[in-house]
Ligand binder design. Structure first.
Ligand code: NDP
Ligand code: ZN
Length: 180
């Protein structure tokens, strides 16, 4: 299969898995918009063309948020992609606060490709928290989210200058927006 066919296969697979999922914004946008945005961000901001990274970005929330199993990803996309997806997958058996702390602690141990995906994922999520946030979230909660992303991203530095600069601009805008 060609690279573009592989990426389309991942989009097709993820759109089926996330078909009933919705984002937490007011309009309840279909969930699949988010993983597509993460892959798009990697390609356009960082110039990533490595197909494993783009495919894993599209699939990054399938194990965490849908019924998808690791075996299914192994069989459909191979072990390399499954391992990348697992690297950026939280253990949902753990309490949320523990999971969030683990993300901070484990970020420096992620592989290069997983750090790229984490940078793009948190940039896309922080963009949503600033511009299209869950309606129940106060400014204080949005700021707490921003500050949590800063701690995770601290462990992903020196990976891709363009992604990091883009993230830093977003944080500066967010701090202004949320404190104003
Ligand atoms: P959540 O983990 O509940 O929500 C954020 C996650 O939801 C994102 O990382 C993203 O993950 C997903 N998501 C889906 N739709 C959106 C959207 N429109 N905008 C942003 N994210 C979306 O948030 P937290 O628990 O981290 O809450 C933020 C901060 O507020 C924390 O620091 C927490 O301590 C504090 N707080 C939390 C409360 C709680 O009840 N949890 C209550 C009060 C404060 P994905 O990439 O997987 O889609
Ligand atoms: Zn995500």
């Amino acid at each position: 299969m060609s690279t573009s066919t592989d990426i389309l296969a991942a989009i097709h697979f993820a759109s089926g898995k996330h078909r009933t999922g919705r984002r937490k914004n007011k309009a309840k946008t279909p969930y699949i918009n988010h993983p597509i945005a993460v892959a798009h961000h990697l390609a356009t901001v960082a110039g990533v063309s490595d197909s494993a990274t783009l495919i894993a970005a599209v699939l990054h929330d399938t194990i965490e948020d849908t019924e998808t199993t690791r075996e299914e990803l192994d069989a459909t996309f191979g072990v390399e992609i499954r391992q990348l997806v697992e690297e950026v997958t939280d253990d949902k058996e753990l309490d949320k606060e523990v999971r969030k702390q683990r993300q901070i602690e484990h970020a420096p141990e992620l592989s290069y490709r997983a750090k790229l995906i984490k940078l793009a994922d948190l940039t896309c999520n922080l963009t949503d928290v600033l511009d299209d946030h869950p309606s129940s979230w106060s400014n204080e909660r949005r700021m707490e989210y921003l500050e949590w992303t800063e701690q995770v991203i601290a462990g992903c530095r020196r990976t891709n200058e363009k992604l990091e600069q883009d993230y830093d601009r977003l944080v500066a805008r967010g701090r202004k927006l949320l404190s104003g």
